[in-house]
Design a protein around this ligand. Structure first.
Ligand code: ADP
Ligand code: MG
Length: 322
């Protein structure tokens, strides 16, 4: 029922940024080449994602809002072989439980698309429409039916910061996909598809072009690749620091220390280096906390990843005397 749905939704949907994360990941999963994010009032009144991905059939469109209907987890082994980012099959159901959702979707091979309108888990309309191939999903008035949650939201600037974080994480993980972001009708990001280095510069500024070094180190167990900021580009304030494991953003204090260790002696006190580092590893070697809002992960051989990470960063800085 709707109360149970609302409670379950609380797990996945904590704030507008959670909606942003889930929708962007779905678009990437659907093979989109181009994804547009539109937010109004820091996502309180509108989060919209428009993609040119695979789209859905009429049946799939309706099913996509049913809890667990589409979970890709079919056995416990699947938990360790998660290839795509979405895997719980409940994000859309959760969002639809606590917002007014409108989805237009069409598969390229079909002439007509489907419109589904759903509010607080109640289907209000489902009809055939003409629309572009891909998916256009509007999430309006988040927590319209859960005042306590709505009141719990922070200021617009805080909520917008969370949205930007999610947008930047997904956009960094997928430089092969074009992304744009409109905030209250103003275009704040327009990121064409291209290489990772180009994505970083487009996102953080031209100044990064000459201030970063390519980083790569490979062993049979793990591959580390990405870019690190040269020591002279370190900032006194919080700098951009990202780890991605198999293209999923994660936080990892221990690995963060490996990176800092490589910088040792090159940074003044309280200066923070920039890094965008991808760790590719066989999924059987990691333990993903399956809660969708968590960004932690465990490696079965953490010390190896630590050593390889530090070696990779040192090498990139031109420090070979390990
Ligand atoms: P999950 O991504 O975990 O499977 P979601 O609730 O996020 O669960 O999405 C449910 C299903 O709806 C997806 O598995 C996918 O089949 C479909 N879907 C969602 N968003 C899109 C999209 N943008 N394009 C195509 N299909 C989508
Ligand atoms: Mg999903």
């Amino acid at each position: 029922d709707s109360i149970a749905n609302q409670i379950a939704a609380g797990e996945v949907v904590q704030r507008p940024a959670s909606v942003v994360k889930e929708l962007l990941e779905n678009s990437v999963d659907a093979g989109a080449k181009s994804v547009q994010l539109v937010v109004r009032d820091a996502g309180r009144t509108l989060v919209q994602v428009i993609d040119d991905g695979a789209g859905m059939t009429e049946t799939d469109a309706r099913m996509s809002f049913e809890r667990h209907a589409t979970s890709k987890i079919r056995s416990s082994d699947d938990l360790f072989r998660i290839k795509t980012m979405g895997f719980r099959g409940e994000a859309l159901a959760s969002i639809a439980a606590v917002a007014q959702v409108e989805m237009r979707t069409r598969r390229a091979a079909e002439e007509l698309g489907t419109l589904v309108r759903i509010e607080g888990s109640e289907i209000k309309a489902q009809e055939q429409i003409s629309c572009l191939p891909g998916t256009n999903l509007l999430v309006k008035n988040l927590f319209f039916n859960v005042p306590a949650r709505r009141n719990f939201l922070k200021s617009n600037s805080v909520e917008m910061r969370h949205i930007l974080d999610e947008f930047q994480r997904v956009a960094l993980a997928h430089p092969e996909v074009a992304f744009s972001l409109f905030q209250d009708d103003r275009e704040v990001f327009n990121l064409p598809s291209g290489k990772l280095s180009r994505r970083i510069v487009d996102m953080f500024g031209k100044g990064y072009r000459d201030q970063m070094a390519y980083c790569e180190e490979q062993t049979p167990y793990v591959t580390v690749r990405g870019y690190i900021g040269k020591p002279e580009s370190a900032k006194k304030t919080r700098n951009e620091q990202y780890f991605f494991v198999n293209n999923r953003f994660i936080k990892h204090n221990y690995l963060h220390h490996a990176v800092l260790g490589a910088y040792e002696g090159t940074l003044p006190d309280n200066y923070h280096p920039f890094y965008v580092l991808f760790i590719d590893i066989d999924p059987s070697h990691i333990d993903i906390n399956i809660h969708p809002t968590k960004t932690e992960i465990k490696f079965d051989d953490e010390r190896s990843v630590y050593a390889i990470m530090m070696a990779a960063v040192r090498k990139a800085m031109g420090v070979y005397n390990l």
